[in-house]
Ligand binder design. Structure first.
Ligand code: FCB
Length: 474
């Protein structure tokens, strides 16, 4: 989305029936990486490769959710969550990425969903939150077309086994990160750095999404709902100089429309094809029938939002440090737009160095509503801060409350402006393994002492609980 700053007045109540949730992802919380027949994913390999993550942190133990899920669900119930978004670990359900489903893997997710349902919490499952089975990466990974078919096969196994208890499914989480951080800048697993592979990965993730939608429709009961979670960049030009407007158009193309146009319009946009024509032969990459597959209708669009993206041409930038919020690498995650400069929107930063600006959320929701008319979910939103327990072990996190409050107000603004937003999933329920940043960045509303695995709800958890009980902000 290319969006402009809005000044919509704040209206604070959210619609009746609004889904109040929190989100997590398998590799970030489960641990137990060798239990139940699970095989390594690309994140196991990557995090065990020296130099890839802060402190060499891995998800081997994470927050041990695999063993503590009943306590964690009780925590969710105490907070009053009405819904919980989690991801299924592909290498747990289908070890090695091929062949039949693993009974132990399915049993874990059956037990988890039973526990959620028995507490009245609606489960929302993400099929792919970045943990590709290592064997499939060894066979070529997402730049290899067959991976899309493997993903559809795994999806069918998961949907057949769990479709009786999970009614809302998300295919991919943030395919932009999988493609462009995984195969472009290399800051995410598998850590490859080839712009052509990144674009091929993007197309095969799109294709995998479409094939998975087909598999879900075939396996799930009729009333089930299918979504995708995209980290759409709220792209803003630094100025209205034509070169900055061109920079914004290019980042919108390779940051957003590379997914939304095939998924919702059944095409790749001409400008994207032109900007990247020197890198891939799109006419060979995109085969007959692919776009029809990718654009199968879905029921909900999930937006993950953290901060806006301000861009300019290199000539109009004071310095060329790439403040895009996506980690440091000499390799750009923006194929065909490597010379675009990224600026911080402001200096009000979270511990990730991400600027706090909720207008990007309201503007993007409103723009998505106008452009695609689909019901929307905020499938992730939240912030990391330096949380330190006080002498009594309590964790006071007023900055996180301020972040969440202003972003929930932005959701309410978007609803007021007409966007059909059905729910909000705070990132994250628990402190967890923040990918290449390891355990140093805490996003949870529940603090985890990693030495003892003790969970302590932060002030923000109590605050969120009150918001849920009131059905909106005070
Ligand atoms: C998103 C990811 C999620 C988490 C947050 C902070 O990009 O989907 O797993 O790491 O960022």
């Amino acid at each position: 989305m290319t969006v402009t700053t809005s000044s919509v007045p704040v209206h604070r109540a959210l619609p009746a029936g609004f889904a109040w949730g929190a989100a997590t992802a398998a590799y970030q919380i489960e641990g137990a990486v060798t239990e139940g027949g699970r095989t390594p994913s690309i994140w196991d390999t990557f995090s065990h490769t020296p130099g890839r993550t802060e402190n060499g942190d891995t998800g081997d133990t994470a927050v041990d959710h695999y063993h503590r899920f009943r306590d964690d669900v009780r925590l969710m119930a105490d907070l009053g969550l009405t819904t919980y978004r989690f991801s299924l670990a592909w290498p747990r359900i289908q070890p090695t990425g091929r062949g039949p489903a693993s009974q132990a893997g399915l049993d874990f997710y059956r037990a988890l969903t039973d526990e959620l349902l028995s507490h009245g919490i609606t489960p929302v499952a993400t099929l792919y939150h970045w943990d590709l089975p290592q064997e499939l990466e060894d066979a070529g990974g997402w730049p290899h077309r067959d991976t899309a078919h493997r993903f559809a096969e795994y999806t069918a196994l998961a949907a057949e086994a769990l479709g009786d208890r999970i009614s809302t499914w998300t295919t991919l989480n943030e395919p932009w990160c999988s493609a462009f951080l995984g195969y472009g800048s290399g800051v995410h697993a598998p850590g490859r750095t080839d712009p052509a592979d990144a674009l091929k990965a993007a197309h095969h993730l799109n294709l995998g999404h479409g094939l998975a939608v087909g598999a879900l429709r075939a396996a799930l009961p009729g009333a089930s709902r299918i979504a995708v979670s995209l980290n759409l960049h709220a792209v803003r030009p630094l100025s209205d100089h034509p070169d900055d407007l061109a920079a914004a158009r290019r980042i919108d193309a390779v940051g957003n429309r590379v997914f939304t146009s095939p998924m919702f319009k059944g095409r790749y946009d001409e400008d994207l094809l032109k900007d990247t024509a020197h890198l891939v032969r799109w006419e060979e990459l995109v085969r007959d029938g692919d776009l029809a597959e990718i654009s199968r209708p879905i029921d909900l669009l999930g937006l993950n939002y953290y901060n806006p993206t301000v861009v300019s041409s290199a000539a109009n930038a004071r310095n060329l440090a790439r403040h895009d919020g996506h980690g440091d690498s000499p390799h750009s995650p923006w194929p065909g737009a490597e010379d675009v400069a990224f600026h911080r929107a402001n200096d009000d930063l979270t511990a990730m160095g991400w600027p706090i600006d909720p207008t990007g959320l309201s503007d993007t929701l409103t723009a998505l509503h106008r452009e695609f008319g689909l019901p929307l979910l905020v499938t992730e939103n939240g912030a990391a801060f330096e949380d330190v327990p006080d002498a009594d072990g309590a964790v006071h996190d007023p900055e996180r409350i301020r972040y969440l409050e202003s972003h929930l107000a932005a959701v309410a603004d978007a609803v007021e402006a007409g966007a059909d937003v059905r729910g909000y999933y705070l990132w994250s329920l628990l402190d967890n393994f923040e990918w290449a940043y390891g355990y140093g960045k805490r996003f949870g509303i529940v603090h985890v002492d990693y030495a003892t695995q003790q969970r302590t709800p932060k002030s923000s958890a109590r605050w969120y609980s009150q918001v849920i009980r009131r059905g909106g902000l005070a």
